[in-house]
Design a protein around this ligand. Sequence first.
Ligand code: ARG
Ligand code: ASP
Length: 702
Amino acid sequence: MKRILFAAAACLLSIAAKADEGMWLPSLISQRIADMQEKGFRLSAEDIYDINQASLKDAVVLFGRGCTGELVSPEGLLITNHHCGYGQIQKHSSVEHDYLRDGFWAMTRDEELPNKGLTVSFLERMEDVTPLILKGVTDKMSEAERVKIVSKNSEALMDKVEKEGKGIRATVEALYYGNQYFLFVYREYQDVRLVGAPPSSIGKFGGETDNWMWPRHTGDFSIFRIYADKDNNPAPYSKDNVPYSPKKYFKISTAGIHEGDFTFIYGFPGRTQEYIHSDAVKYIQDTGDPHKIMLRTKRLEIMNRYMGESQKVRIQYSAKKASVANAWKKWQGEVKGLKKMKTPSVKKQYEEKFENWAAGTQYEGITKRLAGLYGELEPLQFVYDYYSEAIMACELLKYAPKACKVDDKTGLIDRDATKETAEAFFKDYHMPVDKETFTAMMTEFDRNVPEDSKPAYFRKQMLEYGSAQAWAEALFSTSVFTSLEKVTGLSDIVVEDPALELVSHVNEWIAPVRTKIREINQQLQLAYRDYMRGQMEFAEAAEGAAGRNAFYPDANLTLRVAYGHIKGYSPADGAYYLPSSTIKGIMEKDNPEIFDYNIPQRLRDIYAAKDYGRWADESGEVPVCFIATNHTTGGNSGSPVINADGNLIGLNFDRVWEGTMSDIVFDPDKCRNIALDIRYVLFTIEKLAGATHLIDEMTLVD
Ligand code: ARG
Ligand code: ASP
């Protein structure tokens, strides 16, 4: 009887990692290294992660706060995606110097452009600090008390570690819902300069049309350089800083790639939720994603219309639009994938098996507890989604409360600081876009949020003005925060303004919702902590040690290793996609009439003359992108794609549309990461940009 139950359980253990699923902790990679080597990897665990000598981890950085980058030269040269450097490229752009449109190449070090606020972080070390962090925590404690102790212990540890040296930044992160805690120690560099970016017609080729899709032909890369003080330590921007000398940088393989080749990705995946309850998935699939998609469709329609009419607005809104469009499209793929995988019902069946196994143990009833908590959470989450996706979509409402800067000493308005913030905001602000967005968002808010969940102020305004549009007219014509002239002309701190009034009512209304959500989330954390352990024990009971070892912690923007191999896939019945693309595909898509597909004339000429230099593959074409089975997510953008010998073969930048549900459930048949072939990067630098001095800094191996 027991045997049968376990056998049945085993087939349902789709919850634990299979095939190439998984994002593994580098410091524990020795547990996976045998499997990696069996699949073709030729290096050791210490080559990947070592704290006593240089290892591959020393060539990987967290770029900004949500991308990955890697070192490719002894002089601090770093590659990441075009879309990761997009904000910086955009900030340096104007109608006169349109680097988004035309690209940018520093031909000398003096021309490299500094980027205020941009940092890169190297992981120095990571360690399990669970006992230290849980010191003083008891089983009897409420979750809120536990949270307090955990954060107090974490802070004390981080403070201590940050005294170790210049630029040291420490974080303590929970793994497996707080069953484990790890300390991550980073060295953060603040002087990171833009060195090169191809024009968007290469770096963003295919635009939103091709985003999240295969076959792909996007040259999604940009190049930066890290600067340090004379002792190679982190320092704020200074003319006297010198190029950073890395402990390790990647050699670049120009040997080419083939289906079946081992690949390995080293980077900072942001967030996954692989172990959540079926009701959580159901909410995402049936409610959360569809509403958010609908709201963003409206916003995009407005932005697109204005951007099509003016180059100025196109520059102003290009980065904003890319970020709105990106999640919008991913959610659509995610909903499709979840439905195709029947994830809610597969998870539900798993939960039943789990409860059968858990009867009489400390885990009994835990999936019901989770279901109960989701019952409470969902209506609140829905309201919160409308707060963040509809109300907060209005730029004016985000800007107004931060517009007036106060001089700490006098308590009066600090006109210089106010002006500086205003100039940054209005450089990229077009009021008509915002006003229409406000109108559309308030209309949807009114239509979809249950009456008794709306703020009283909202109902009053709608009643008074009769429509969102009339309200918008009044708001945008009377608020002082809608133009640079008005804001820079202020002599006093503004306390009364319709935008501020609205924000303050919104804040008052959302605060208790937020508190309630936080309380429920704490209870969910508590329940998941047990459920997580329960799932591992259940797997172990059914499959032994292999069952347990298949668990990996959800992504949380900490450094991870994902390994797999280059592989095509079948997107639908009757179709099969090859794993790589070439310049031929760019020419097939090329169309001067379509913004997303209008390539530089120079590329057309190179193609016509077949002037590929050393960058053609065996077929005689320049390789562009490839796909592989590595498990990745947002944050992995810019990650190095590494071959069996530890050399760089590509730059990760996306996933395929049919596989974007991999943040929740991984389908080995459909989930593929998309990478830029490093040879296309080199080709672009040499043939299009003529920036061969950069290639000379790198180490190429054949
Ligand atoms: N989909 C990729 C990622 O999630 C790339 C996004 C940037 N490209 C774009 N067309 N918006 O970030
Ligand atoms: N494009 C993503 C990023 O920016 C990667 C992904 O979601 O696959 O990190």
